[in-house]
Design a protein around this ligand. Structure first.
Ligand code: ASP
Ligand code: MG
Length: 482
């Protein structure tokens, strides 16, 4: 059994729907001969739709009467193009149109409600932002039926049970598994391909939630793991996970194999291909995850497997950069041997909802520095100054400040573990270009080395590391050379 998730661009146009239908047709045929047959399709909203919905919700909260109406007109046109193109059968077309208009009416009502309240709650936002998937799944199911696939739309609001953290809900696995077995397994047994909405779920009480932006990948990971899929496929618009961002490093190439751990590090450090949580559900059951290109389906893409199942124990696999971050420093001679500074600092930071991307402390204990998203700098510095007001007054802490316009560069590969000389390779490559390194951290997993540099040096550093480790060559070739 196969779970195939199609992202926003894969369902972004009539041409894209055609590509998806062809891929689905082939996989459904292939799977019918499998030991455990069946395909589950998970779909995103059409590209741009989630942003449009979120924007309309915000504008409605600000009293913009037209926002909801404009969004509805755009959404209707966008989806009707697909319906008109594929659904020749009058009954199918009528049903699809009725469904679309029903959902658009719902959007109008919700935007009206938000406007009356003059406030957009996280709960209200989830109700709106999940509509893109809920509009699209029945359309995709109808398109697949028009191409001869027995497909049926399933709304994950009735399938994926989550906690009530709106905007970033976590699935309650037991309850979700029960529902998946009740709703999806019978369809598979009848040879039907369920087309499930990604991104959305609902609380135990049935209130719609979302799994955070880009969460359709995570939906596929959850369903695949709970139903013991043979493979989870993430169909996107690039040839898998790349060694670096090809817009910055022109000779970047697609990585053939990654371990779960490596892909988690990559996602964490800003590679945009996969939602960071996608592989988590798959790990325990060791289900392979494959990232493939809808527009180049013959390309092998990237296969993500358990480290022990991986045939590629290369050294470095990829290099990424996180931008729009700020390096916060807490420094002072009085900090030496002062217990609890780090704990208090991080408690203050998390108290204002700031996530920390990287931490570095010198062993002299004279300073702690850490990297946070730029947008959260003000509130974070305020919280830290308040927390350490006494120490600052006494002079134990001399400065608490931020360092703007920096980036984190992360060099990733679990093959770095226990391999001496890799850090030297990384920093040698950077030093040859006279790039000043501001802070360094290595995860104890040894699957990454990350460092902070000025924004102006980012592109050069990425290329230097990529060239230094010859990442343009296939991993197997590089390993053979060593
Ligand atoms: N449509 C959602 C988003 O844009 C989820 C997804 O595409 O994965 O964030
Ligand atoms: Mg995505």
């Amino acid at each position: 059994m196969l779970v195939m998730k199609f992202g926003g661009t894969s369902v972004g146009s009539v041409e894209a729907f055609t590509a998806v239908a062809n891929i689905a047709k082939q996989k459904v045929a292939e799977q019918s001969a499998a030991a455990r047959p069946g395909v589950i399709v998970v779909t995103s909203a059409m590209s741009g739709v989630t942003n449009l919905l979120i924007d309309a919700a915000h504008k409605s909260a600000q009293g913009d009467v037209e926002a909801g109406k404009e969004a509805i007109a755009t959404l209707r046109k966008k989806h009707m193009q697909v319906i008109d193109h594929f659904l020749a059968d009058a009954a199918e077309k009528r049903q699809a149109e009725r469904h679309l208009d029903g959902k658009l009416q719902e959007l109008e009502r919700i935007c009206g409600g938000i406007m009356v309240l003059g406030e957009l709650t996280p709960r209200g936002l989830d109700l709106v932002s999940g509509l893109g998937e809920r509009i699209n799944a029945p359309i995709l199911a109808a398109v697949l039926r028009s191409q001869g696939i027995q497909a049926e739309a399933v709304d994950a609001v009735g399938l994926v049970v989550t906690d009530s953290v709106f905007g970033g809900a976590e699935p309650l696995l037991e309850a979700t598994e029960t529902r998946c077995r009740a709703h999806l397994t019978p369809l598979l047994e009848q040879g039907v391909t369920p087309v499930v909405t990604g991104f959305v779920g609902a609380t135990v009480d049935g209130v719609p939630t979302t799994l955070s932006r880009g969460g359709s990948d995570y939906s596929a990971g959850i369903l695949g793991a709970l139903l013991d899929a043979d493979e989870i496929q993430i169909w996107t618009d690039v040839n898998g996970v790349m060694t670096a961002d090809p817009r910055i490093v022109p000779n970047a190439r697609s990585i053939r194999q990654l371990s779960y751990e490596e892909v988690a590090e990559l996602a964490y450090y800003g590679a945009k291909v996969l939602h960071p949580k996608t592989v988590i559900p798959a790990i325990r059951k060791r289900i392979p995850v494959r990232v493939l290109n809808t527009f180049q389906p013959a390309h092998p893409g990237t296969l993500i497997v358990d480290r022990s199942d991986s045939e590629e124990h290369g050294t470095v696999k990829a290099v990424t950069a996180i931008r729009d971050v700020n390096l916060i420093t807490i420094a002072g001679k009085g900090m030496m041997g002062m217990p609890g500074v780090a704990a208090r600092a991080f408690a203050a930071v998390s108290g204002v909802g700031t996530n920390i991307l990287m931490i570095s402390q010198s062993s002299s204990e004279l300073n702690i520095c850490f990297v946070i998203p730029q947008v959260l700098v003000h509130r974070t510095l305020d919280a830290l100054c308040k927390e350490f007001a006494r120490e600052v007054q006494r002079g134990d802490i001399e400065r608490i400040d931020g360092h703007e316009k920096v980036v984190i560069v992360a060099v990733i590969g679990s093959g770095m573990r226990g391999t001496p000389g890799l850090a030297a390779g990384v920093f040698g490559a950077v030093a040859r270009h006279q790039i000043n390194v501001i802070a360094i951290a290595q995860g104890s997993s040894e699957a990454n080395i990350s460092f902070v540099i000025g924004e102006e040096d980012a592109a050069t550093a990425l290329r230097a590391v990529h060239d230094g480790f010859e990442l343009e060559k296939p991993t197997t070739e590089r390993v053979a050379q060593r």
